[in-house]
Design a protein around this ligand. Structure first.
Ligand SMILES: C[S@@+](CC[C@H](N)C(=O)[O-])C[C@H]1O[C@@H](n2cnc3c(N)ncnc32)[C@H](O)[C@@H]1O
Length: 293
């Protein structure tokens, strides 16, 4: 069995000239906790009301679709829908390609590159625009809401879910370590905005402003995720929040290991494994379902 150090040294960050944050995703690592990551999408979809008719089926956009399997779930609820997943990560889009094709109900799933900071649908072109766990990576995303709602047919729906746990120890410990004397010069500006999402009330305001929704349903939930395995919170963070740090240290594997070991030790204190080797990892998420006028 490989040592933990060897595993950390092997973490793949794709090299390349001019690489940006969107090239940093590792679909395999991201999907290691797919059960916990999928449930909020199902909870979100459960609150999406019936969509306005559009023969032969609704037109759906999945913003920040990731590895494609979550997009495919949309076809279970709307089997006759024409669904397009958009993402700006080449690695995620390559993984998603395996999920493209016709669906059992006569609909289709396909994928296309797009930067959500700029993606603008034609007016009244969609019955549903959905986004699961992606908008926290898009600074200024509330400013896009008016354009997205304008892209819906009357009664169409904008539905999204974002993590709301940026003040949890998993994130504050990472930021504190990155700001410590050993790391602050190398990691200055690497970690994203510590508050990349709005509060539920903030989203309500942003969604109902000028050009906004006729009705909104907004709520938050804290899932008490019961993770198993060795250092499971670190493993979780390796799939998402740690990616910018790993990339910034990619030319220095030993520095990467040193950072990960220090972070791992802090996580072990903050999230000790309990009976049966279960590590509770509370995870707050914010949901919004907005109906177009
Ligand atoms: C945490 S994953 C969520 C994936 C998927 N929606 C799910 O439910 O598992 C976030 C995704 O958002 C994408 N993303 C982040 N910023 C983006 C942007 N500006 N434009 C398009 N996609 C973006 C990432 O590439 C990644 O695939």
């Amino acid at each position: 069995m490989k040592s933990l150090e060897a595993v950390y040294l092997d973490i793949e960050i794709k090299p390349g000239e001019g690489r940006t944050m969107n090239d940093l995703w590792d679909p395999g690592q991201y999907q290691r906790h797919s059960g916990h990551r999928t449930r909020p999408l199902l909870d979100l979809l459960a609150r999406v009301p019936g969509l306005p008719g559009h023969p032969p089926g609704p037109r759906i956009a999945d913003l920040g679709c990731g590895p494609g399997a979550p997009t495919r779930l949309l076809a279970r609820r709307w089997p006759d829908a024409a669904i397009t997943g958009y993402d700006n990560s080449p690695a995620m889009l390559a993984e998603a390609a395996a999920h493209a094709g016709p669906t059992d109900g006569g609909g289709s799933v396909d994928f296309a590159p797009a930067d959500l900071a700029r993606w603008t649908p034609p007016p009244a072109s969609h019955e549903l625009i959905v986004s699961n766990a992606a908008l926290q990576w898009v600074p200024g995303h509330p400013e896009r809401f008016a354009a997205w709602i304008a892209g819906l047919t009357p009664g169409g729906v904008l539905a999204f879910q974002v993590p709301g746990n940026f003040d949890a120890p998993s994130h504050t410990l990472m930021r504190d370590l990155a700001a410590s004397p050993r790391w602050r010069d190398r990691l200055a500006g690497v970690l994203r905005d510590p508050h990349p999402v709005l509060s539920p009330a903030g989203y309500a305001e942003a969604l109902t402003g000028p050009g906004g929704a006729a009705d909104v349903d907004i709520w938050e939930t804290t899932y008490l995720q019961r993770l198993t395995g060795e250092d499971p919170v670190l493993d979780w963070m390796l799939g998402t929040g740690l990616r910018p740090v790993l990339a910034a240290l990619e030319d220095d594997p030993q520095a990467r290991v040193d950072f990960l070991f220090a972070y791992r030790d802090a996580l072990r204190t903050a999230y000790p494994a309990g009976p049966g080797g279960v590590t509770p990892y509370p995870f707050r998420r914010i949901f919004a379902v907005a109906v177009a006028p």
